[in-house]
Design a protein around this ligand. Sequence first.
Ligand code: SAH
Length: 479
Amino acid sequence: MTEKKPLTRSPQDAPPPPIGELATLPVFFKLRGRRAVLVGGSDGAAWKGELLAAAGAQVDVFCDAPGQKMQSLRGKLNLVERPWEGHDLTGAALIVGDVEDEMQAQMLRDAAKAAGVPVNLVDRPDFCDFQFGTIVERSPLIIGISTDGAAPVLGQALRARLEALLPQGMRAWAQAARDWRREVRAKNLDASERRHFWREFAQAAFARPALLPSEFDREAAFDSARKANTTGTGCAILVGAGPGDPELLTLKAVQALQSADVVLYDDLVSPLVVEMARREAVRIAVGKRGYKPSCTQEDISALIVAHAKSGQRVVRLKGGDPMIFGRANEEIAVLRAAGIPVEVVPGVTSAAAAAAALQTSLTERDVARRLQFITAHGRDGHLPKDLDWRALADARATSVIYMGVKTFRELAERLMREGLPASTPAAMVERASWPDQSIVRATVGTLADEMARRTIKGPCVILMGAAIGIFQASEAEKV
Ligand code: SAH
């Protein structure tokens, strides 16, 4: 493959993923100063009334007999103690009702329709134009969660998690963002500077949520935005994508993906991980594997440099950990030479995922005090000639072999000649951490035959050494 690719796009560019079908559209409705109509005097209705009033609505409540909670809201809500009539609905922004029977529900719904006002009836999803989400409130930062009625308890559980994730201080940061908008406008920043400013802001909010945002934070973000523009360079982040399961990404990796302008990813990176990038990010597949036309290492480095030089934030996603058998040094050297700031985010390497799959520690007192990672795939695709055979023939070390399927038979034979007992435990883990992960347990003497009997489709690591045989297969592994 000698044909040169244009540097800032590739034929394999993937457009942002199309948005899937939505059960409902999440929108945030302004109610300040507008009239909302509430029908019913129950506690459920009262709670909805409180919510509408909290959003600034003037709430007219129509009910014959307001319950205790509704009574207590007198003042906050305008209680009209009679049944609603058609003209009450005219001009309202929203109608919410908690009514007793189907007939009343139907009447209120029809009248709302006639008045052209969207309606929500408590516990009657079929009569609703809109629903209330489960709320996480750090106003002006507000998160609404909906499962479209499918799993309210799941929504609640998610809310609990988000509550834990979002410190109360986020409220102050969100408010500061609102207050600072005018100053940001006055600075006449261009689009990329503005984006940089807000990115710095978001980073500071997550780094120091418990501290009140200060002018110092604002000025530091301005400085950084201006500097980024004068140097004209973006940056490159080498990010460990882990072995496959997106839940094995680090929080830092997720943050990097969420702030990327461009994402370059390898074949081995799970599509679910690539999907976690910012929606607008350009995604470029730069697989080097297999026999199809693919990017060379030089092409990849040139692509990162070109994008970063045009001021973009480039995330280079590498399977597992970027610093293990990932040719990271070549990319780092090119980036440094081009004066582009580089950052590295470590990831879970496949050896670690394989150990987890086997539920076996790679180290064990007295049995395995040394752990070694090797690649069994040389530049020419054959078994490298310069492996340390003696070290590998030591059954009291654990060896993890990357890219070793093709050459394992030759490797095992050589190691047995060097004195590694054929009975040394060995295992192969294919697609570690993926839903279709599979495991073969054998010995150094038998693993090559065991592997030959299977069709291997995904990436595999092979593990050898006394430590690997400490446990038999778990029940989960046998199924
Ligand atoms: N940087 C990566 C390794 C890249 S080399 C890491 O830290 O894991 C590519 C090799 O990694 C593959 O040939 C295979 O040996 C191994 N590998 C990658 N993902 C794997 C997975 N999910 N399961 C088993 N092996 C994997």
